[in-house]
Design a binder for this molecule. Structure first.
Ligand code: ADP
Length: 445
């Protein structure tokens, strides 16, 4: 086992990782930016070390400083969490070159599956269905027009390096094509340092269903069931649940098998997520792989009773998985709501500031992952995710009433949060009856 792990992240996921480390008897080092100096989440770390200024590019994205921090503090591994450097293959390589284990897949597997165009090509090769679209990266305008003509409108321009919905544009007709391509390339270049694009047919009213994979370095690849992340706003997840209320057992089996196949051929290890869109007829299409732990991982932990972070750490030391496909039996129904520091009445504008009153919910089958507390500061520099409320109950109906009760109980003042919005959305009959799709929130609220 590692002696000391450096956490290259902040907020709720830093806390989540520190807790797993301490249960494994591993010491923790947490890096922080000037902006996060004195933040509550740092109090759990055995050591903390400042790595630069508030802007992520001056601190949490500074790979050399993070590696130097690991060396100075004697950390023998780095956990990147999600976001920041979590899907940066060059960072993983640099860590390992310095004899510091990167807790995640190999750099090769990250490149193969993290590049969305490369992942599509691989999926096609192993006969996992993909959304109709371009073969690889778009070379020039002539090719873009040709591909668009072949697959038809509406279509979606997507960034190869994309994430968080950035670099993505819906195009309804030929007239809008070249502007959309230009804007998407610019946005992707700014956000990811690569303006490479590809095209997919824009599926109308799909559901988002993803499969959690866990793999070791000895050929063990196990799926831990699916999560339904259809409830989104502007292609950003608001709520995740497992099992999916909108697929039958046949589709579930096929999706999970496809996810295992794809990760196995990529030589993948650690936690990963294979994402699919499912249409109204139950036809599914691969869209992308996230080569890291995801925000919504607790949903799967609640139904499988497997600690994904501890498993990632153990796998990184070279241990084989402690479970196999036959020993995994997801149980009950889990739901996660993302509580963001945003004002739903002002177009979800991020709301930074001081929290004076903070009273999280509790009770049977309830888990809250948050860095929030009384007198806590919410920084405008980082992601607005403030808390995740996760519940697990026997049935979806019970899980929904438990979640509604939790969202009522949760008090965060005076900053604005998405709590009132979530309460409204989860009581809407179309969501309660699982008749929603990825565009439901925009159309209804
Ligand atoms: P990102 O990595 O930027 O989050 P994804 O490829 O994961 O992008 O897609 C995010 C969301 O965008 C999906 O959950 C879905 O709602 C929507 N989306 C992506 N591809 C398509 C598509 N081809 N047709 C319709 N919606 C799509």
């Amino acid at each position: 086992m590692f002696r000391r792990i450096l956490i290259a992240n902040r907020g709720e996921i830093a806390l989540r990782i520190m807790r797993a480390c301490h249960e494994l008897g591993v010491e923790t080092v947490c890096v922080f930016s000037e902006e996060d100096r004195g933040a509550g989440f740092l109090e759990l770390a055995d050591r903390v070390i400042c790595i630069g200024g508030a802007a992520p590019r001056d601190s949490y994205l500074k790979s050399d400083r993070i590696i130097a921090a690991a060396e100075v503090t004697g950390a023998d591994a780095v956990h990147p969490g999600y976001g920041f450097l979590a899907e940066n293959a060059a960072f993983a390589e640099k860590c390992r070159a310095c004899n510091i284990e990167f807790i995640g897949p190999s750099a090769d597997a990250m490149r193969l599956l993290g590049d969305k165009a490369a992942a599509r090509t691989l999926a096609k090769k192993v006969k996992v269905p993909v959304v109709p679209g371009s073969d690889g990266v778009l070379e020039d305008e002539a090719e873009t027009v040709r591909v668009a003509g072949r697959i038809g409108f509406p279509l979606l321009i997507k960034a190869v390096a994309g994430g968080g919905g950035r670099g993505m544009r819906i195009v309804r007709d030929k007239g809008g094509l070249s502007t959309a391509v230009r804007q998407a390339a610019q946005e992707a270049e700014g956000a990811f340092g690569s303006g490479a694009l590809y095209i997919e047919k824009y599926l109308e009213r799909p559901r988002h269903v993803e499969v959690q994979i866990m793999a070791d370095n000895h050929g063990g690849v196990v799926h831990l069931g699916e999560r339904d992340c259809t409830l989104q706003r502007r292609h950003q997840k608001l709520l995740e649940e497992s099992p999916s209320p909108c697929i039958d057992s046949r589709t579930r089996k096929d999706l999970c098998a496809a996810a295992v196949k794809l990760t196995r051929v990529a030589g993948y290890s650690s936690a990963g997520t294979v994402e699919f869109l499912v249409d109204g007829k139950g036809k599914y299409y691969f869209i992308e792989v996230n080569t890291r732990i995801q925000v919504e991982h607790p949903v799967t932990e609640m139904t499988t009773e497997i600690d994904l972070i501890k498993t990632q750490i153990k796998v990184a030391t070279g241990e084989p998985l402690e479970f196999n496909q036959r020993s995994v039996h997801p149980r009950g129904h889990a739901i996660e709501c993302r509580v963001n520091a945003e004002d739903p009445d002002a177009d979800f504008r991020p709301c930074a500031g001081f929290i004076e009153k903070f009273r999280p919910p509790g009770g049977f089958g309830v888990r809250v992952e948050t860095y929030g507390h009384e007198n806590c500061r919410v920084s405008p520099h980082y992601d607005s995710l403030l808390a995740k409320v996760v519940v697990c109950q026997t049935t979806r109906t019970e899980a929904l009433s438990c979640m509604q009760r939790c969202l009522q109980e949760f008090t965060i003042e005076p900053i604005k949060t998405t709590l009132p919005f979530l309460r409204k959305v989860i009581s809407h009959p179309n969501f309660v009856n699982a008749k929603h799709d990825t565009g439901f929130v925009e159309r209804t609220f």
